[in-house]
Design a protein around this ligand. Structure first.
Ligand code: FAD
Length: 426
């Protein structure tokens, strides 16, 4: 009978750990993707660009599989309910570390195992997961620098080896092409957002350490959406990073770090990593939040970032830090509001990295900057967008009457946040 390989955050055939084992250990392997209604029901925008991205990625996969004489089974529904009805020989898939996915996979495992169907899962999304890089006392790291040191020491070529799925593609189930639902069938419409190319630009990686902080230039790789959906392999990127640029390698390690944190501390999804920070009395002014969302705060670098996000689904990392700090510290709005807005808009939205980034900016995260470090948007502009190229691209009306006055005075906001944080943290 048929063995299923279940695609989730790993939408590629090459160097895919779970797919490799499914093909190596079985004959008649049929890849499947499930449009999970539990996730789809949370999406507010019918033209959510991530759906278009997934749909396009599946189209490519399906075509590649059909060239190999097989196809891709696409289902739509609640995976737990679907697996109650399916009776394959086994189901193979790759780990997903988000709390919802863990609970879902646990249910699927129970349902399948009750029917004597094996559910096999593999590490694919990160280089080191869960308990693979721990402190000497066996506890998880909560500070990045020692974690990254241990990560690098543990790194052996073995961990970067590609999984040669191509060796066993003859084990794919032979079938005529299977149906492919349109976005409309799924209740969505195509987005017009342009997606970053699935290309690793070596020239960018080589200069990463000197160019990564300037939003006006293409100094970062823009691979985040591809890493999010697994359309590129992290192992391939880590090999390149080790050869070319240690600073870039560190960013890939941050990615592993936040996935590890979310695995060990799933409560960060809703709670401050440092509990005292949940005593902060946020102002949560809805009009100010709205101005922030729409890039109308009168702080040009903040507004440029938010408009870039709203238009492209991407925001440069330096600017993400500035807008997140501005929302939490200048406006005293709960980081969870900003996190949720990013979750809605970012193509590369990933709970581990997004939650990590927001809690870092708010000061409540593991390894966050001390709370009294309040980014000064003007100084950030002077340092990182001196001639205002990035700002003018997104805020063309900057020097006109149309552009709003600053929503709050910087010195006043700084004093206010220090007072409010101090009251909460003692
Ligand atoms: P590059 O600079 O070329 O880095 C390569 C890859 O490393 C990235 O694609 C990403 O996968 C990973 N990476 C880089 N920086 C980080 C980081 N600080 N933490 C974790 N992984 C990192 N990244 C996301 O992938 N999804 C998110 O939802 C997300 N939300 C963020 C929210 C805030 C408030 C902040 C400050 C940062 C957030 N980041 C997030 C991290 C970072 O901003 C993006 O990964 C990066 O801007 C993506 O651009 P790039 O692909 O050009 O990255």
């Amino acid at each position: 009978s048929v063995t299923l390989f279940w695609f989730r955050r790993d939408l590629r055939l090459q160097d895919n750990a779970g797919l490799y084992y499914a093909l190596k250990e079985n004959k008649d392997v049929l890849p499947v993707f499930i449009f999970d209604t539990t996730i789809l029901d949370t999406l507010e925008d019918k033209d959510d660009a991530r759906l278009t991205f997934i749909h396009q990625s599946l189209e490519i996969l399906k075509q590649q599989l059909e060239e190999l004489g097989s196809s891709l089974l696409i289902l739509h529904g609640d995976p737990v309910e679907l697996y109650k009805k399916l009776n394959p020989k086994a189901v193979y898939t790759n780990h997903d570390y988000e709390p919802y996915a863990r609970a879902r996979d646990q249910r699927v495992k129970e349902i399948l195992e009750a029917k004597d169907i094996a559910f096999r899962t593999y590490k694919d999304q990160v280089i080191f997961e869960k308990d693979e890089v721990l402190k000497d006392d066996g506890k998880p790291y909560t500070i990045f620098t020692p974690y990254s040191r241990k990560w690098k020491a543990a790194m052996k070529p073995f961990y970067l080896k590609s999984y040669p799925t191509e060796k066993y593609t003859r084990h794919l189930l032979k079938t005529t092409p299977l149906p492919f639902p349109t976005l409309k069938d799924l209740g969505f419409v195509p987005s017009t957002i342009e997606f970053p190319e699935r290309v690793v630009k070596k020239s960018i990686v080589e200069k990463y350490d000197t160019q990564r902080n300037f939003p006006a230039i293409r100094g970062t790789t823009r691979l985040s959406v591809h890493l999010r959906f697994g359309t590129v392999s992290i192992r391939k990127l880590a090999v390149l990073a080790r050869q070319k640029n240690e600073v870039w390698l560190n960013e890939l390690i941050w990615r592993d770090f936040y996935h590890m944190i979310l695995w060990h501390f799933p409560e960060v999804e809703t709670k401050a990593f440092k509990p005292a920070y949940d005593r902060i009395v946020w102002r949560n002014n809805a009009d100010e939040f709205d101005a922030w969302c729409h890039g109308q705060t009168g702080y040009p670098i903040v507004d440029a970032g938010m408009r870039e996000l709203n238009t492209t689904g991407f925001m440069h990392n330096r600017v993400r830090m500035v807008v997140a700090s501005f929302l939490t510290k200048h406006l005293l709005i709960d980081w969870r509001w900003g996190e949720a807005y990013f979750a809605k808009k970012l193509l590369d939205y990933d709970m581990a990295a997004n939650n990590g980034g927001w809690q870092w900016a708010a000061g409540s995260g593991c390894d966050a900057a001390p709370y009294f470090r309040v980014f000064n948007p003007h100084l950030q502009t002077e340092k990182f967008d001196k001639d205002m190229t990035y700002i003018r691209k997104w805020v063309p009306e900057l020097d006109t009457q149309e552009y709003p006055k600053p929503i709050v005075d910087h010195a006043f906001a700084r004093e206010r946040v220090l007072r409010v944080y101090k009251e909460a943290l003692g």
